[in-house]
Design a protein around this ligand. Structure first.
Ligand SMILES: [Zn+2]
Length: 106
């Protein structure tokens, strides 16, 4: 599978708007909780809801992108190879030749 930087930034944009949507949902949930439960007791519940939601969203997003096997924290298990010289790197541009074109390998 070959992807260039344009495709990558498109995915990130979609990912970001998805994240914003879920931040809105979790804010709504925490507001509802703080209405139902008095403040000092609602705080740990709100934190727990936030953590559970973020785990759920990450899992869902990764599965949707076909990377359920990828690390929960970023894409550390994926490697990028420069399309110009083949150097393996995880930076925006190749450290060897500076090319921004790269492909994903595992
Ligand atoms: Zn290179």
């Amino acid at each position: 599978m070959y992807i260039n930087c344009l495709a990558l930034s498109g995915d990130n944009k979609q990912f970001l708007s998805q994240q914003l949507l879920w931040i809105g949902i979790s804010l709504g949930i925490s507001l509802a909780i703080s209405f139902l439960i008095p403040f000092p007791y609602s705080l740990p519940i709100i934190i727990a809801v936030f953590i559970l939601l973020s785990f759920y969203v990450r899992k869902r997003t990764l599965r949707r992108m076909g990377m359920s096997g990828a690390s929960m924290f970023g894409y550390n298990s994926l490697s990028y190879y420069c399309m110009n010289c083949g150097t393996k790197h995880n930076q925006a541009s190749c450290p060897k030749c500076g090319s921004k074109m790269k492909r994903v390998g595992s």
